[in-house]
Design a protein around this ligand. Structure first.
Ligand SMILES: *Cc1c(COP(=O)(O)O)cnc(C)c1O
Length: 492
């Protein structure tokens, strides 16, 4: 199946491209994104027949439905990476926490956040493609804490790919930082930036615009690609686990075939929610996709008011840092699906120029057919963490935002699945603040130890081991030193 572009087509671009092209060169005409030309359909016979299937076998079937131009052998090898997850059969367990509420635990991979679900197989496929066409790629990543570790873990020692990863010094948890700076592979470079996540991201943007940088890449025969969720190679893997959660509920006898469910997604760049939207369009009986935001509630405002407005907004640092975002890339793919390329380009141009776009009343109605949204503040999340820990279920601060959707947006008597996007161990200082109801931030190690003792739960071994590992990447630099750091790395 071919891929088309969200903002229409311009000179120098093919009107449609195969999957391999879309993932090697994720930027489309006018700065738009690639999307599948059509979506495969899943009917109730398929659901019935496959409800007890393993995660990997389902993934294989779904990928085959998309008819992507990747050899079956490579797909199978990529999917075999799910063996690195806690349970190689039940890759993403669906756990009941209320009679009508279930948690889709997406964090059982190597870096303990849901990013592994897509980045593990995606990294394998991208490296394989790069080898096949005998080209070298550089992937630049700026991270607020979860994308960085998952990207590095995915591409470590992979041929034809180098990764340079920027993180804000002091802007991540110790666990997240250690996951990055202890990654030992010659094709990886991790650089701390003096500044916040915005600074890291803007440094990356100015790098991409720098002529000396681009010339050096060319001289060294290196092309740029991207591993964030603008790359459809990640989105395709994020459709699968939403589909699987429906199969799991059916298999557990919690729903009847055809019964609708709600899916709730704690959202930032909207890749996870987009995966749920595509699952719904493919035929999974989903009543609505419920979006939760933190204090950076730009997505909640879009879904509720039809306005995307970042004219007066400043990024607010919250307890759910992976959702601290102002420009959410994947909304564009939904806009395209609903309103077409011309209208999407208009809105994206408005956003670029005026930091603002808005939907008409009819457009908003269409959006609300599939989505509802709500925002939360930090104190709400802390109280949810404590409440559920006392009931025996431990969830991280991102997952905790979903309970607000359960309480306030679920207006039909249907089951709800919430996406758990990270393990508590990545955010231990915040977890401890919630449990002890104070605002004194302890170190990660102290908080991990204390929580483990108090709640009588283990610290994940790979997380514990981080504190003993050698630091490989100790560079922390000013913004203007980044370019030379990365050039030294790619020429080494
Ligand atoms: C990345 C991330 C999110 C946001 O996911 P999007 O797909 O960008 O919306 C939420 N929670 C955690 C823990 C994450 O790492």
């Amino acid at each position: 199946m071919n891929f088309i572009q969200t903002r229409g087509n311009t000179e120098g671009f093919e009107e449609e491209v195969p999957f391999s092209h879309a993932i090697l060169n994720p930027s489309a005409s006018f700065g738009g994104l690639y999307v599948p030309k059509t979506l495969p359909k899943i009917d109730s016979a398929f659901i019935e027949e496959n409800k007890d299937i393993t995660y990997r076998d389902l993934a294989r079937k779904i990928l085959n439905m998309f008819e992507i131009d990747i050899d079956q052998k490579v797909i199978d090898e990529a999917l075999s990476l799910y063996e690195k997850f806690d349970d190689s059969v039940d890759t993403a367990p669906v756990v009941k926490i209320e009679d009508d509420l279930f948690v889709n635990e997406l964090y059982h991979g190597p870096t303990r956040a849901f990013k592994d679900m897509a980045l593990q197989p995606f990294g394998y496929i991208l490296s394989n493609l790069a080898q096949k066409i005998d080209k070298k790629y550089l992937i630049l990543a700026a991270t607020s804490g979860d994308t960085g570790p998952a990207t590095l873990e995915s591409f470590a020692n992979k041929a034809n790919i180098q990764v340079a990863c920027l993180y804000p010094q002091g802007g991540t948890s110790d666990v997240q930082r250690l996951q990055m700076v202890t990654e030992d592979a010659p094709n990886l470079k991790v650089i701390g930036i003096k500044g916040n996540f915005d600074d890291a991201q803007s440094a990356l943007k100015s790098l991409l615009a720098s002529d000396t940088f681009k010339a050096k890449l060319q001289e060294n025969h290196i092309s740029l690609s991207a591993a964030n969720s603008v790359n459809f190679g990640r989105i395709i893997f994020q459709i699968i686990y939403h589909i699987k959660s429906y199969f799991s509920l059916l298999s557990q006898g919690e729903i009847a075939l055809g019964e609708k469910i709600y899916i709730t997604v704690p959202s930032g760049n909207f890749g996870n929610a987009l995966g749920a939207y595509y699952a719904k369009k493919m035929g999974i009986p989903i009543e609505k996709i419920l979006i939760t935001s933190n204090a950076n509630n730009v997505l909640a405002d879009l879904v509720n008011k039809g306005e995307y407005d970042i004219r007066e907004r400043k990024l607010i640092l919250t307890n759910s840092p992976a959702m601290d975002i102002l420009k959410s890339s994947n909304v564009e793919r939904v806009l395209f699906d609903k309103f077409g390329a011309a209208r999407t380009k208009e809105m994206m141009d408005d956003l670029q120029k005026n930091n603002y776009y808005h939907l008409s009343k009819e457009e908003l109605n269409l959006l609300q057919e599939d989505f509802a949204a709500i925002d939360t503040d930090d104190s709400y999340g802390l109280s949810v963490i404590k409440k559920y820990a006392q009931k025996g279920y431990v969830m991280d601060p991102h997952t905790a935002t979903c309970l607000k959707a359960y309480e306030e947006l679920k207006n039909k008597d249907l089951k709800m699945v919430i996406c758990s996007t990270a393990e508590w161990t990545k955010f231990a200082p915040t977890m401890l603040m919630a449990l002890e109801e104070n605002d004194e931030k302890k170190s990660d190690l102290e908080a991990l130890t204390k929580i483990s003792k108090t709640l009588n739960i283990p610290i994940t071994p790979s997380v514990n081991a981080l504190f003993e590992k050698d630091i490989i990447h100790d560079k922390v630099v000013e913004k203007d030193a980044i370019e030379s750091e990365i050039l030294d790395f790619i020429q080494a």
